[in-house]
Design a protein around this ligand. Structure first.
Ligand code: FE2
Length: 505
């Protein structure tokens, strides 16, 4: 990006940023060019992130951080130092403790004579305290196919507590045809390349503003590593995939507000986790990439990756031994459903509702095998467990398919009167492209449990969660090619805690 364009983007950032950010962004300095972030809120702590940028950084740099109860930093709650090491891309993961629950804080960093932007963050409520939760789900922000107008609107959403980012923070691809804003470096496979790709995405001022506005909870999907990867299998069966995954996970941790305890070891990084939001909800964060079995019935001539498959020609898809979460995570989830709170939110990567493109009766149906549809026995085990444990208020949140999809999750998708077990909100992409709307429309008659399905919208979903009711707004930008795009609410839905399933608002 040339200097003039970057300057213009910076100027644009100042006009839309909330008041507390305006001053902060004006102070932005080259050593903190990728912004700041907070994540993993707890009732008494939070992770504060930044990374040092620019040429000539020493091997080890001491970075001071402080977190205050007020925007002017007159009332400091905690401060400390971290050493940013070249070995970890000069990233900083500070973990202030002893904070008060359910309260706003402001934070900033200082190093090498420069000060970072100011971020705002919020702790979780105490696990035994009454609470409400306002949050956004978002996913899939391919850089070269659009602008991040959606993030500008996320940063301006009123009364927001949290962003849940559900995967595809970067894309490893080189530029597509006619890129809206090109990425450098072609297809990404090495540590240096992954780091550079994060720098490209994080250079966007609207994305930085969304990070600086509220804490994020995050899971990854495939494109943080390799399209359609499965466990230790890359989509091209590349022999060095373990090293590639290690590099990708390392760069992910370096650029995201995860704690030091999550730092990857070789090709392993745990992102699975759980957060109790007062007495309101238990949030389960899942990883359906790292531990999954490979997709079955790949495309002819290809060893791995996804395919669209007629079930009758691929009976191995039904093998009950196959898993999307891995046995350990499946068991962890089965044992972790909360029966004391009204809501269980499942933050995970992809669409759980069945989506067949042909008639599904009598063992028919045609499925994309990379999502839950490729692992039907594992999906059935999960839904059966929800029913058996009588887990209340299960809402599955996802992304990946670049469509706004709202669905009832049922014990048997082929039986219209089958019990609804949970509710699904799969949010569309920030920018990434999807199938034609006509193709999705043609699938609707085979999938009556889908209550809303649009492939032609970019944006995010915003939720207001109370003890009795979840309210959902499907937020849609006018034009993802325009950084100044407006936004509107395309649809609203409601879910009652006591009754799974979607209702029109
Ligand atoms: Fe995606």
């Amino acid at each position: 990006m040339n200097g003039r364009r970057r300057l213009l983007q910076g100027a644009a950032a100042l006009t839309f940023a909330p008041a507390f950010l305006r001053h902060a962004l004006a102070d932005d300095a080259t050593r903190f060019a990728l912004g700041i972030a907070s994540g993993q809120p707890r009732a008494d702590g939070i992770v504060l992130w930044t990374k040092l940028t620019g040429a000539g950084l020493p091997e080890r740099v001491t970075v001071e951080w402080e977190i205050a109860r007020d925007e002017a930093f007159k009332d400091i709650a905690a401060r400390g130092e971290e050493v940013a090491e070249a070995n970890w891309a000069h990233s900083v993961h500070a973990e202030p403790a002893g904070l008060a629950p359910a309260r706003w804080y402001w934070y900033r960093f200082r190093a090498l004579g420069q000060r970072s932007a100011v971020g705002r963050t919020r702790t979780a409520p105490a696990p035994d305290a009454a609470a409400s939760l306002n949050f956004v789900i978002a996913s899939c922000q391919r850089f070269d196919v659009g602008h991040y107008a959606a993030w500008r609107h996320v940063a301006a959403e009123p009364n927001l507590d949290l962003v849940m980012f559900l995967g595809d923070y970067i894309y490893e691809y080189g530029n597509g045809l006619r890129p809206v804003r090109p990425v450098d470096g072609g297809h990404v496979r090495t540590l240096a390349q992954y780091r550079a790709r994060y720098a490209t995405h994080k250079s966007d001022p609207a994305l930085q503003a969304a990070h600086a506005a509220v804490p994020w909870l995050m899971v990854w999907d495939d494109h943080e590593v390799d399209n359609d990867y499965a466990g230790l299998q890359g989509q091209d069966l590349q022999p060095d995939f373990k090293a590639q995954r290690a590099a990708a996970y390392r760069a992910y941790w370096e650029h995201m507000p995860f704690p030091r305890s999550a730092r990857p070891v070789d090709a392993d990084m745990r992102i699975t986790g759980r957060l109790d939001w007062g007495t309101l909800a238990r949030i389960h964060l899942l990883d359906d990439r790292q531990y999954r079995d490979p997709q079955v019935c790949p495309k002819l001539g290809k060893g791995g990756g996804s395919n669209t498959v007629a079930l009758k020609s691929c009976p191995e898809m039904l093998d009950p031994k196959r898993t999307l979460l891995g046995a350990a995570q499946e068991q962890w989830l089965a044992e972790g459903w909360d029966t004391s709170r009204p809501w269980n939110l499942l933050a995970q990567q992809t669409l759980m509702a069945r989506l067949t493109s042909t008639a599904a009766a009598n063992g028919g149906g045609t499925y994309w095998n990379d999502g839950w549809d490729g692992y039907p026995a594992a999906r059935k085990r999960l839904l059966d467990t929800i029913a058996q444990r009588k887990a209340p208020g299960v809402v599955v949140l996802g992304g990946d398919v670049h469509c706004h999809i709202v669905a009832d999750l049922k014990a048997d998708f082929d039986v219209p009167e089958a019990k609804v077990i949970a509710t699904e909100f799969c949010g569309t992409s920030i920018t990434s492209l999807s199938m034609a709307q006509s193709r999705l429309d043609a699938m609707r008659p085979f999938n009556p449990h889908l209550r809303y399905a649009r492939s032609d919208q970019r944006g995010y979903m915003r939720f207001t969660l109370g003890g009795a009711q979840l309210q959902a707004q499907l937020r849609v930008v006018d034009n993802a090619l325009d950084p100044a795009s407006g936004i509107s609410t395309a649809a609203r839905f409601v879910v009652e805690a006591a009754r799974p399933g979607v209702m029109a608002a």
